[in-house]
Design a binder for this molecule. Structure first.
Ligand SMILES: [Ca+2]
Length: 367
């Protein structure tokens, strides 16, 4: 979500609660049917965000009682979930249990039918928050390594004991294999001036790199880092990782986009929420230990979420990771997470930071 939730919600609800005619289905109706006999849905009170698993009750009526439909079809996010004849007194309310649904925005639709024809549809948008209380983690620094202060870090990932880093800024963007002990690049591919590099991830023997606003991604073969192919996508590109064979990417909002890793077709997107609201500014990603971690841009916070439902599972505060005595004065924000499974450690750094740290997560008790 690009705008503050409090600003967006009334606007969206006001727009989408209004009735609209289904232009395709209306083609078969005579104009006088549409103009003189239209019956407008009127929804009951707008729903405030509820936790996933809640029962939600939608109530509605017709402002034109002279043209009550024969039946009403109910849809949730485009899928038919029920229907009722209007002789049934419950037809004008629908109770839906949201267990199993993802977090964020959903759309409940009603479609009125009369005489075998669809008359009109109306929709009410509502939001589901997470029903999971996040775990809270702190950290211990296990080791630290040099990091190139010229590297505007956008993506960090291990493949076995090989470490890869993608960097940003026009004219400075690169993809590198890094020697961790020295922080130096042992292989480096420079992107041309027009590209602003962003997240990277690895699936099998392919390394994927996306760009910020160029809407273009690159695929390289490993271990030689030869350009294999290019792909495009519809949004900004921020962070990149994978989940069960799909590419997953962020665009700076609270949405996580799934792309087919072979065809690069958009498959779906999920919305990241905690119990209080949407969690936006999601940046660099790392899939590890049953979920996906993201840097929350401009903060020292990492957030872990379930990519299928968008539920926030954990928070990690990395404030104080970069020690005062190590600061150069030119550091930008924390960015870059890479999990090394054989060590059980997370490697984290920041844009233009002089250090990269291997940290162990410590779950805070009683939280
Ligand atoms: Ca990563």
């Amino acid at each position: 979500m690009k705008f503050p939730f409090s600003f967006l919600l009334p606007l969206v609800l006001a727009c989408l609660s209004a009735c609209r005619c289904d232009s395709e289905r209306s083609k078969n109706e005579a104009p006088e049917d549409l103009m003189s006999k239209r019956a407008f849905f009127s929804f009951g009170p707008l729903l405030s965000p509820r936790p996933v698993g809640s029962d939600l009750e939608f109530s509605f009526s017709f402002s034109d009682t002279s043209r009550i439909p024969d039946s009403i079809v109910y849809r949730m996010d485009g899928q038919r979930i029920g229907a009722a004849g209007t002789s049934d007194s419950t037809a004008f309310r629908f109770v839906w249990n949201s267990a199993g649904a993802g977090c964020g925005e959903h759309r409940f639709e009603t479609e009125a039918w009369k005489g075998g024809r669809a008359m009109e549809t109306a929709a009410q948008v509502f939001f589901l928050s997470s029903d999971v209380q996040p775990d809270i983690y702190s950290f211990e620094v296990v080791k630290s390594f040099p990091h190139e202060t010229s590297s505007f870090t956008q993506g960090l990932e291990w493949k076995g004991n090989q470490l890869y880093e993608g960097t940003g800024l026009n004219g400075k963007s690169a993809l590198m294999q890094i020697e961790p002990q020295t922080g130096k690049a042992v292989q480096k591919i420079s992107l041309s001036q027009e590209y602003f590099g962003e997240g990277i991830t690895i699936l099998g023997d392919r390394l994927y790199q996306i760009t910020w606003q160029n809407k273009k991604g690159f695929v390289y073969t490993l271990p030689d880092l030869k350009k294999y192919t290019e792909f495009s996508y519809a949004t900004d590109g921020w962070g990149l990782s994978s989940w069960k064979g799909d590419l997953i990417m962020t665009d700076g909002s609270n949405r996580l986009y799934f792309l087919d890793s072979r065809t690069f077709q958009a498959k779906k997107n999920t919305q990241v929420w905690d119990t209080k609201g949407p969690v936006s500014q999601l940046n660099e990603l790392e899939t590890a230990e049953g979920g996906v971690w993201a840097n929350k841009y401009t903060t020292d916070t990492l957030v872990k979420f379930d990519p299928e439902t968008g539920k926030v599972l954990a928070y990690l505060d990395l404030s104080g990771l970069l020690k005062k005595e190590d600061e150069t004065g030119n550091e930008d924000v924390l960015n870059g997470i890479a999990y090394r499974a054989d060590e059980g450690l997370y490697y984290v750094t920041g844009k233009n930071w002089p250090k990269m740290y291997a940290i162990r997560l410590v779950k805070r008790k009683g939280v």
